[in-house]
Design a binder for this molecule. Structure first.
Ligand SMILES: [Zn+2]
Ligand SMILES: [Zn+2]
Length: 158
């Protein structure tokens, strides 16, 4: 599901607020890169973001897009989706959420679950290090891939 216009605006406002608070320059290019990510449900990689932004801002360089995404990630303004894919994929949804990942085509979709938010972290994890966050990654085959494979009803038992 593509984020609604309201949701995109909310993300952009939160982004500009955080930038101002931290004294980060809000350049036109930065804003366009973030907007592209904020309006996408795809968790795109840097190359995809570059292709999309350069349609609107033809002067933007690939290098700028890659460096900006790295900067935004270091500032916690976007997140990287790890680590299933070769190229880093980015996420502008900073609300608590979880991911469905298709093992066939690499589709990544957000979903929300209060139950999963409250999953207890086993105390043993704390002996490994300090916990910052936790999210659940559900892996499977998306409906488009299932259809392509002719398995429209993958759970049918014969
Ligand atoms: Zn798929
Ligand atoms: Zn996400």
């Amino acid at each position: 599901m593509t984020p609604s216009t309201d949701e995109v605006e909310r993300r952009i406002q939160a982004f500009t607020r955080t930038c101002r608070r931290r004294g980060l320059k809000i350049t036109h290019q930065r804003l366009e890169i973030f907007r592209e990510l904020a309006a996408s449900a795809e968790h795109p990689d840097a190359e995809t973001v570059f292709q999309a932004v350069s349609r609107r801002v033809p002067s933007i360089s690939r290098d700028t897009v890659y460096r900006t995404l790295a900067t935004l990630e270091a500032e916690g303004l976007v997140r990287r989706v790890e680590p299933l894919f070769e190229s880093a994929r980015y996420d502008a949804n900073l609300d608590r959420h979880h991911h469905f990942v298709c093992m066939g085509c690499g589709l990544v979709r957000d979903f929300y679950s209060a139950d999963l938010d409250d999953l207890p972290i086993p105390p043993a994890v704390k002996t490994l290090g300090e916990i910052e966050s936790a999210h659940v990654e559900v892996r499977g085959t998306c409906s488009a891939c299932a259809q392509r494979l002719g398995r429209t009803r993958p759970h049918r038992s014969e």
